[in-house]
Design a protein around this ligand. Structure first.
Ligand code: CTP
Length: 402
C-alpha cells in the first residue's frame, strides 16, 4: 500500500441552501470549511436569507456564483433548479427555517431552493440543519414535518439547545459550523468500521512532582484525536482516553480525561473488554516520580534529584491478556525505525504497529509513517494527520475483515 486516501471532501460537490434565519452567519463559516477541504460549493439563497447575509460573502468564499432566482438566465439552459444538483452528491440546507422545512415536507416547488430539492436525483442526499425559536421547533406541525422529512430519507442534524437569538433558552439553535462540517465529512466517509468499538489513548501524560510541577512530554495529541475522529466518521463507536491536551473532543466520540499514566492505565483496563480494537497512541511517560511531594518543593541546593519509578506499560498489558482486543501500537524512533518498530510489535504481541521517525513528527501537522504487520512493512505517503489516520484505519479494517 502506498498512497493514503485523500480528504473525504475532495472531488465532492455540495449545494448549500441558505434560508432566512439569523444562523445564516454560521453558514459562511460552514462554506469556508467545506471549500477548505476540497469541496465545490454552490450556494443557493432564499429571498429571506438575503435579509441576514449577502450573496457577495458566499461568492467570495466559494469562488462560485450564488443562486437565488428560479428564473436566473445565467445557467446556459436556464434550468438552475435541475443543473445545480446534477453534479452534486449532497444538498445541505443550513439554516433550515420552520417554513422551509414545512415546504420541503409538502414537496413544494415555488422557488429555486425548494424546486432543486424536489428535482434532485436519488444519488444526491439531503441534509437539513434546523434553526428556529424553541416554540416553533416543538410545535406539533414542525414535529410532523421533520418526521416526514426523515421518512423521506433526509438527514436531520441538530438543532442544538441553548440561548436563542430571541433571548429564549431551549432547543432550536442551528448546530455550529464545525459540527455541520463534521456531519458532511462523516456522510462521505466509507463506513469501514461500522459496528466496531474502538478504544484510543492519546496525548501526553503528566506525572506529579509536587502540587505545581509535573513531568510530561511534547505530544500534541493530534494523531490520536485524528484517529478518534476518523474512526467515528467511519462508523465506529469510539472512546478516547486522553491525557492533557488543548484539543476539542472529536464529534461523535466519548472522551475520558486523565492526567497520569496510572489514571490512563485504570481508565483503559476498565474499558478494553468492551472494545474490539485498542489503539495506543498516547505518549505515556515511562517513569513517574517515586514519591510526589505533597508540598511545593522549595529551591535550596544547586542540584535536585528526583527518583523515578517505572509506569505500567498499558499497551503491553492489554495485548498480553487472553481477552485482548485487536491491538495497535505506535513507535516513535529517532533511528533504525524498521528494527525498533518490528521489535516492539513482537515483544508487545501486536498485530499492527505504526512507526515514524520523531525528527519528522512530534507536534507537527504532517507525518510520514510506516505500518508494520505480519506481511511486512507498508510505507504511507507523507500526509496530514487526518489523511494518515484514514489510511491507517483503512489498513486496520482490512486486517479485521480478514
Ligand atoms: N505505551 C503504553 N504504555 C506505556 C508506554 C507506552 O501504552 N507505559 C504505548 C504507546 O501508546 C505506544 C507504544 O506503547 O503505542 C510505544 O511503545 P514504547 O516501547 O513504550 O515506546 P517508547 O516509550 O518510545 O519505548 P522505548 O523507550 O523503548 O523506545
Amino acid at each position: 500500500m502506498n498512497a493514503g486516501p485523500g480528504l473525504e471532501l475532495s472531488g465532492r460537490t455540495v449545494v448549500l441552501v441558505v434560508t432566512g434565519g439569523v444562523a445564516a452567519y454560521k453558514s459562511a463559516e460552514l462554506a469556508r470549511l467545506l471549500v477548505r477541504d476540497g469541496a465545490r460549493v454552490h450556494v443557493v439563497m432564499t429571498e429571506a436569507a438575503g435579509h441576514f447575509i449577502g450573496a457577495a460573502t458566499f461568492q467570495a468564499i466559494t469562488g462560485e456564483p450564488v443562486w437565488s432566482d428560479l428564473w436566473d438566465a445565467r445557467m446556459s439552459n436556464g434550468m438552475a433548479h435541475i443543473n445545480l444538483t446534477r453534479d452534486a452528491q449532497l444538498v445541505l440546507i443550513a439554516p433550515a427555517t420552520a417554513d422551509s422545512i414545512a415546504r420541503l415536507a409538502q414537496g413544494r416547488a415555488d422557488d429555486l431552493a425548494s424546486t432543486l430539492c424536489l428535482a434532485r436525483d436519488a444519488s444526491c442526499a439531503l441534509m437539513v440543519a434546523p434553526a428556529m425559536n424553541r416554540q416553533m421547533w416543538e410545535h406539533a406541525a414542525t414535529v410532523r414535518n421533520i418526521n416526514m422529512l426523515r421518512s423521506d430519507g433526509a438527514f436531520v442534524i441538530g438543532p442544538a439547545s441553548g440561548e436563542q437569538a430571541c433571548g429564549e433558552l431551549g432547543p432550536g439553535r442551528m448546530v455550529e459550523a464545525e459540527e455541520l462540517h463534521d456531519a458532511v465529512c462523516a456522510h462521505f466517509t466509507p463506513k469501514v468500521l461500522a459496528g466496531r468499538r474502538v478504544l484510543i489513548t492519546a496525548g501526553p501524560t503528566a506525572e506529579t512532582i509536587d502540587p505545581v510541577r509535573v513531568v510530561t512530554n511534547l505530544s500534541s495529541g493530534r494523531m490520536g484525536y485524528a484517529l478518534a475522529r476518523e474512526a467515528a466518521r467511519a462508523g465506529a463507536e469510539v472512546t478516547l482516553v486522553s491525557g492533557p491536551t488543548g484539543l476539542d473532543c472529536p464529534h461523535g466520540t466519548v472522551r475520558i480525561n486523565v492526567r497520569s499514566a496510572a489514571e490512563m492505565h485504570s481508565a483503559v483496563l476498565a474499558r478494553y473488554q468492551a472494545c474490539d480494537v485498542f489503539i495506543a497512541v498516547a505518549a505515556v511517560a515511562d517513569y513517574r516520580p517515586a514519591a510526589p511531594s505533597l508540598r511545593k518543593i522549595k529551591k535550596s541546593a544547586d542540584t535536585l534529584s528526583i527518583e523515578m519509578v517505572r509506569n505500567p506499560d498499558i499497551l503491553a498489558e492489554v495485548a498480553g491478556r487472553a481477552d485482548a482486543p485487536f491491538c495497535v501500537g505506535f513507535a516513535a524512533e529517532s533511528h533504525d525505525l524498521d528494527g525498533y518498530a518490528q521489535a516492539k510489535r513482537l515483544s508487545k504481541k501486536l498485530p499492527l504497529v505504526v512507526g515514524n521517525l520523531v525528527a519528522d513528527g512530534l507536534g507537527g501537522d504532517e507525518n510520514e509513517v510506516v505500518l508494520y504487520d505480519d506481511a511486512g512493512r507498508h510505507p504511507l505517503q507523507r500526509a496530514s494527520k487526518p489523511v494518515l489516520a484514514r489510511a491507517i484505519l483503512a489498513h486496520l479494517s482490512r486486517m479485521l475483515d480478514r
